[in-house]
Design a protein around this ligand. Sequence first.
Ligand code: GLP
Length: 244
Amino acid sequence: RIFSDSEHASVAIARELADFIRHRTREGRLAVLGLATGSSPTRVYEELVRLHREEGLSFQNVVTFNLDEYFPMQPDSLQSYVRFMREYLFDHIDILPENVHIPDGTVPADQVGGFCRHYEEQIRAVGGIDWQLLGIGRTGHIGFNEPGSGAASRTRLITLDHITRTDAASDFYGEENVPRRAITMGVGTILEARNIVLLAWGEGKAAVVKRMVEGEPTDTVPATYLQHHPAVQVILDEAAAAEL
Ligand code: GLP
């Protein structure tokens, strides 16, 4: 779906998510959301906060799982995804703290494998993810599944691509400060979500959007594996759609 700009697109997606949350709340069931960080979803989160404040949208029946986190990373650090999610969403809504899940960047390195298996078990225990929000990196990553990530990959510790670390350099005041690793849900984990919404804005994403949509599925552009998913929406502004 191509929108004139990211503002209209973000508001439309936030309303669809809100309708889903309300529907589930009326049924007395949980709504399980997979959430992304980065600049792409921020306006969606702002609109969800507005709907909470002005229209009483409740998140008490919402469970969230974030895609990824740098490793190592302290939750109160300026660049942590814990802090990002609090700032844009969790501090402003009525979600229950025990319903929020974000990969833990403080786990000792030798315990990351166990942590990742537990993360997957927690997703399964609530019946899987209903709606997964995604951005896309210039390397074609979803979450932090860099080139080389297979379609069946699971939640794990990965090494960040050089391009990804360059793109994150300004957040960390220099590329040398960007962590070399991260914990991410796998491509296989992401593909198990029942619905997927990928957001991409701006001309900087046009080339990778074209490869994702029109290229053959390949682990050199992990986002191409979304082509196998039965219910994925790619939400673009005109600039990101320019090369399609
Ligand atoms: C980071 C995140 C990804 C995100 C990507 C794109 O690498 N780990 O989940 O999709 O950045 O970021 P942005 O939305 O800022 O372009």
